[in-house]
Design a protein around this ligand. Structure first.
Ligand code: 26Q
Length: 800
């Protein structure tokens, strides 16, 4: 194991680097430099230190002819890079010192970096954590994605309602990327397929260029660095002069228009799939550019394409890049003359598919008409894959194919194209086997495996929570950041009152900082002594923010009715965006904000209950809120949340979970101990059972007086004065179409929140439980998850 870590510069050298960049890269004099200039100079000085490990890693991979992993994802929800990179290089404190000498504040500058929000939520953030872990564990790899001009929209509230505006992260210079104009590929659409010399010949009639931008991703202590390669669409020819000369001015600009649209904007829907042509083009754009790049790199040092799977592993992050199978087969057959079956077997041996959802409305199914029109050659290949698979498994009465009812089912395509299919938590993987692909699972026993999600402890503990990180290092020494299992070393100290006080002190300091932040951003004053109860995630009915806010109203009502009881003060913190077209989710946001307005201005409840919903939840806001949380809300309808990863970040930072037996909650509870977890609600099987009673909601409501009271208050317009019927839709759905069983789980949830209050009163015991959560969460490091993928799916070794 050779040490290729970055040489840590001395203070003087680093200061000189910053000033050199200020002068020669920014063209600014220190006396006249703005925060922006300083941030850029600092970023370039840090980036310089990544380049060494980056080149060394790339050279090693070539020299040792190592197998590479290609992670294809339509989303990389990266967030800010500056502080994370500085921490991984061991430069964070040095940089702060040097800047202080220069009269600048590191945190201020780092806080001005725009979030790279090239993702919607869990799936995109997982891809970002995995990139960082692949660099940390020395897995040679490339991430492939789209360089969206506009990431996930920005959210504002107007009168409590969500309003979206365009996000613009590239408005200022992006210091982390390197443009690679020489790495460019033609991507075709539409056109005709002919036959020439026994091979198919596809002549597209629209083309765009995929042009690469590389961002180095450096791992812990700079031991290894990989590349995140994002593709930007450029016109093949800016202007069609022939058309222009014919006087067809609008059409003359068409190539440019298509190109500019393809990488323009991230689709903000994360659960409802709509068969949009542009989305299909985006998916093919990413996939084709990636596959072409992979083959180009392979053929630089190899000639035998049948050995491709020995050197290349391609992971599909959900079905979005599932055209990888057909595209790879197309190039192997049409461009390289390999027979169809052999090409299929090569592709399959390279490919893996990660499933992230069981929700039927999220499963991609493209009409054969659209696919045939946009990608005529791929449509033929998909049909051939389908019939090959059918031929290999004859006489199946319940045969499930890829093409059915004039639709291409991307889940089946990805499953059949891949040698491994994985779920993202133990429970989810079982449900993928039993409910999503029961027939394919029978045909291919052993193909479906579990890889429980993980999160990077560098960003989500070390960087986001310096107070707790300091205590951990003081207590168990250094090295836990890349050996997160070592957190169990905290366990013996949990019985030490001094340690518990220090643990509580770190949490308290984070809460004070967050209380100040809440006051600044929302104008609401909250007490750091209150229990901070946090639900931060995308808005979706299955995640049941509605359950949370209904219970909040019940608690408010209870405090008002019982003013003399000793209530535990709480701050209910919500964060998250709704897809712009998701009307019900937007109503729930409106309701939360309306309830907040009433509760926060009620002198009878005062500091006993506050509801805050800061707008525009994103990675950076998560980094603020998670370390300050006492309670983590993971309350999805059982069987619906594939895994969750916020649940891991919160528990790792010493929040206790109130949750259902869903996704990774099950494993978190096993690891931290049932006595340190607030469990409630129906199980996945009970949910299925309960739905058979068509009147389940009515029965549940009638059996629960507090819930009836809450629904009554909402229906009467208590939270929408001036518009009594504003929430009639929500109330009506609660009674008649409560698909996610909010009513059925309300009683158990309300009761368990009472348990939370009783526990929180025993402050020292609460701290013990919180510390045990942190101590026992080591399993949920994304390093562990990545090692699982390397071993079970990719067949690659660490280069370190
Ligand atoms: C599909 C087609 C067209 C347009 C958009 C989409 C689309 C985009 C994003 C569909 C789904 C997504 C995102 C899904 C997602 O984030 N799933 C989450 O993945 C996490 C990581 O595995 C899990 O922890 C969460 O449980 C799961 O909800």
């Amino acid at each position: 194991m050779k040490d290729i870590s970055a040489q840590r510069p001395g203070k003087e050298a680093f200061r000189a680097d910053i000033l050199r960049h200020l002068t020669y890269t920014l063209g600014k004099d220190a006396g006249h430099a703005s925060d922006y200039d300083w941030r850029m100079a600092l970023s370039f000085a840090i980036r310089d230190r990544i380049v060494g490990p980056w080149f060394a890693s790339t050279r090693r991979t070539w020299a040792e002819n190592r197998k590479r992993v290609y992670y294809l994802s339509m989303e990389f929800l990266i967030g800010r890079i500056l502080e994370d990179a500085a921490i991984n290089l061991g430069l964070r404190d040095l940089a702060a010192e040097v800047l202080a000498d220069l009269g600048q504040d590191f945190a201020t500058l780092a806080g001005e970096e725009p979030d790279a929000a090239l993702g919607n939520g869990g799936l995109g953030r997982l891809a970002a954590c995995y990139m960082e872990s692949m660099a940390t564990v020395g897995c040679p790899s490339y991430g492939y994605g789209i360089r969206y001009e506009h990431g996930l929209f920005r959210q504002r509230f107007e009168g409590g309602q969500q309003v979206e505006t365009a996000e613009d992260w590239l408005k200022t210079r992006n210091p982390w990327e390197f443009e690679r104009p020489e790495s460019a590929y033609t991507i075709g659409f539409k056109g005709e397929v002919a036959e020439k010399d026994g091979r198919a010949l596809w002549t597209p009639d629209e083309t765009v260029i995929a042009s690469a931008y590389d961002t180095p991703v450096v791992g812990w202590q700079g031991r290894w660095a990989n590349t995140l390669r994002l593709w930007s669409a450029k016109p093949t020819q800016a202007f069609d002069l022939e058309r222009f000369n014919r006087g067809d001015y609008a059409a003359a600009a068409e190539p440019e228009t298509l190109a500019r649209t393809i990488s323009r904007v991230l689709y903000p829907e994360d659960t409802t799939y709509q068969g949009k042509e542009l989305r299909l083009k985006q998916e093919f754009f990413l996939t084709s550019a990636a596959i072409q790049d992979i083959l180009r790199r392979y053929l630089e040092t190899h000639t035998d394409l049948t050995a491709l799977p020995t050197h290349v592993a391609i992971q599909m992050n959900d079905t979005h890049p599932a055209l990888a199978g057909p595209e790879l087969i197309r190039l192997l057959t049409d461009a390289h003359g390999i027979g169809f079956e052999e090409a299929f077997d090569i592709a399959q041996a390279c490919l893996g598919y990660t499933n992230h959802t069981l929700l039927p409305e999220a499963l991609e199914r493209w009409s054969t008409w659209l696919v045939g029109n946009i990608l005529p050659r791929h449509m033929q290949i998909i049909e051939r894959i389908d019939s090959l698979h059918r031929r290999r498994f004859p006489n199946r009465p319940h045969y499930v194919g890829i093409v059915k009812h004039h639709e291409v089912r991307m889940g089946e395509l990805a499953f059949i194209s891949a040698h491994r299919v994985n779920g993202v938590s133990a429970l989810h993987t079982e449900l993928v086997k039993e409910r999503l692909f029961p027939e394919l699972n029978k045909l291919h026993p052993g193909r479906i495996v579990n890889e429980t999600n993980g999160v990077t402890p560098r960003r989500w503990l070390r960087m986001a929570n310096p107070a707790l990180s300091g205590l951990i290092t003081e207590t168990i020494g250094e090295g836990w950041e890349d050996h997160l299992d070592r957190l169990t070393g905290l366990e013996p100290h949990v019985e030490d009152k001094g340690f518990r006080d220090a643990f509580a002190g770190a949490k308290r300091a984070n809460k004070v900082a967050t209380a100040n932040w809440i006051a600044r951003t929302t104008g609401i004053s909250v007490s750091p002594d209150a229990l901070f109860d946090v639900q931060v995630k995308r808005l979706h009915e299955y995640k049941r923010q509605l359950l949370n806010i209904l219970q909040t109203v019940a608690q408010w009502h209870f405090i008002r009715e019982n003013p003399n009881l000793p209530h535990v003060p709480r701050v209910k913190i919500f964060g998250g965006k709704a897809a712009p077209g998701y009307v019900v989710a937007k109503e729930i946001i409106h309701l939360i904000n309306d309830v907040a307005a009433v509760i926060n201005n009620d002198p009878r409840t005062g500091d006993l209950l506050k509801v805050v919903y800061p707008a525009n939840y994103n990675v950076s806001m998560a980094e603020h809120l998670i370390p300050a949380a006492d309670l983590s809300e993971q309350i999805s309808t059982a069987g619906k949340e594939a895994s969750g990863t916020g649940n891991m970040k919160l528990s790792l930072n010493g929040a206790l979970t109130i949750g259902t037996l869903d996704g990774a909650n099950v494993e978190i509870r096993e690891k931290v101990g049932a006595e340190n977890f607030f469990l409630f609600g129906l199980t996945a099987d009970e949910v299925e059972e309960r739905r058979k009673d068509v009147e389940h909601a009515r029965h549940a409501i009638l059996a629960n007086q507090p819930l009836q009271d809450v629904l009554q208050m909402i229906a009467e317009g208590r939270f929408s004065p001036g518009q009594r019927d504003r929430y009639h839709g929500i109330v009506d759905r609660m009674w008649h179409h409560d698909y996610f069983l909010v009513a059925s789980d309300f009683g158990a949830y309300h009761a368990e929140q009472g348990e939370v209050d009783r526990s929180y009163r025993e402050a020292d015991d609460w701290t013990r439980k919180a510390a045990l959560n942190t101590a026992r969460m080591g399993f949920f490091s994304s390093d562990r998850a990545i090692r699982g993928y390397m071993e079970d799916i990719w067949g690659v070794d660490s280069a370190l």
